[in-house]
Design a protein around this ligand. Sequence first.
Ligand code: 5AD
Ligand code: SF4
Length: 488
Amino acid sequence: MHLEGNKVIDEDRQGEAVMAEVPVISNGKKMYLESYGCAMNFSDSEIVASIMVGMGYETTKVIEEASVIFLNTCSIRDNAELRIWARLREIKKNKKRNDEFIVGVLGCMAERLKDQLMEKEKLVDIVVGPDSYRDLPNLLATAESGQKAVNVLLSREDTYAEISPVRLGSNGINGFISITRGCDNMCSFCVVPFTRGRERSRDPESIVNEARQMFEAGYREVTLLGQNVDSYLFWGGGQKKDLDPEVVKLAMDHKLPEAEQKGFTTFADLMERVAQVNKDLRIRFSTSNPRDMTDAVLYVIAKYDNICKYVHLPVQSGNSRVLDKMNRGYTREQYMDRIEAIRRILPGAGLSTDIITGFCSETEEEHQETLSLMEWSQFDYAYMFKYSERPGTLASRKYPDDIDEAVKSRRLSEIIELQSRLSHESNKKDIGKKSIVLVENFSKRSKDHMSGRNSENKVVIIPRNNHQPGDYVEVTIVDCTPATLIGE
Ligand code: 5AD
Ligand code: SF4
């Protein structure tokens, strides 16, 4: 899964059915929901579940039981969309057997492909974009009366701030809290600004309250989610977009005079407030953006033991010309400066990235620069992709997708091979070190072992003993594989 690396969860995490939740007043109907794509989508599904439970629906993991079937979809790469089309056809086949149920497409594909979804092969009854979930009661009523129902309006305001998510498929230990919606960055390859609209920051009060409620319900780790968390800004009941850009800059750098600073909440301030909820609640965040990540944020991470020492900082390319074409807003050197700041302020922190290979006109030398920057940065982990042209983006309008598929594949293999070596080397360096692991689950391989993660976001396998999910355990790393640490 990714929240854009999103990016925590990539589209490779196949649709997961949700846990059964019982509504206060049942309408006797059940909803089945599969989520694809980034962490933001999984988090949105919890908003959808909350609205549906409010309408009297129960959620079910068994698709045959459901009278409403939702797919919360992703558009980030072409193969993400192809997978959804295939799944819709499969569902349609079943639909012939029982005509009672409604099929809805939610999320990014709904936004991008509303017309095709409604018309092509008559696969879908409802299409709902990421900002229209409040309209689900109306849309369902329309669909139940036999008409097609669509709402893909994007909002400049709504953050679903006061909707209390129904936690789906959760282990009750780790959960997501969305802090911003949308994205204003306009990277030339990316479809997100088109599918999720303008950036909005959620009221910090509602974020802190949600974190507190989760801690009280037994959660021990929250991940603050946004397409670009560093860009978060909220002030006295207002939003960044309403402010003079000069004031925004001063506020983000904490350079407004004391009195005026009051009332502004930057991402650094927000993290500090969430960290103060309880020292036993771990904080993670995703995704950081090299162009906006300030030292102030890094100092807050350093200051609180319960803010995890881990940064996911997508680089996309190691070459400044390609970065410029991608409209990323930083050069290779500026990216290196941010890595140096992380290493200086947070020594030993975990570091991961996203890389796109084979972007329009990328040369062999430029590809080599990506490899050399990976080696220099010593990433612990990377999400690596071939460039996939997305209709409507700046790149699709301005630059030909001119790198051969075979060349893209070969470059991707080289990147993956290098990252496997870097990940393994990084794990080997941890042998002999001590770390605190938050236990999350039984190990997939053995019931005698538990699995959890350390602050640096590495998976650590430990002997079961009497440990329970939610326990913090002090561990010495005694061995490793390329992907996991073994602790005692
Ligand atoms: N093609 C390939 N990868 C993409 N990403 C975003 N858009 C595209 C695209 N058009 C990758 C980026 C981003 C991650 C979530 O997905 O690396 O950080
Ligand atoms: Fe998430 Fe939508 Fe982007 Fe996919 S396209 S990664 S679902 S924001």
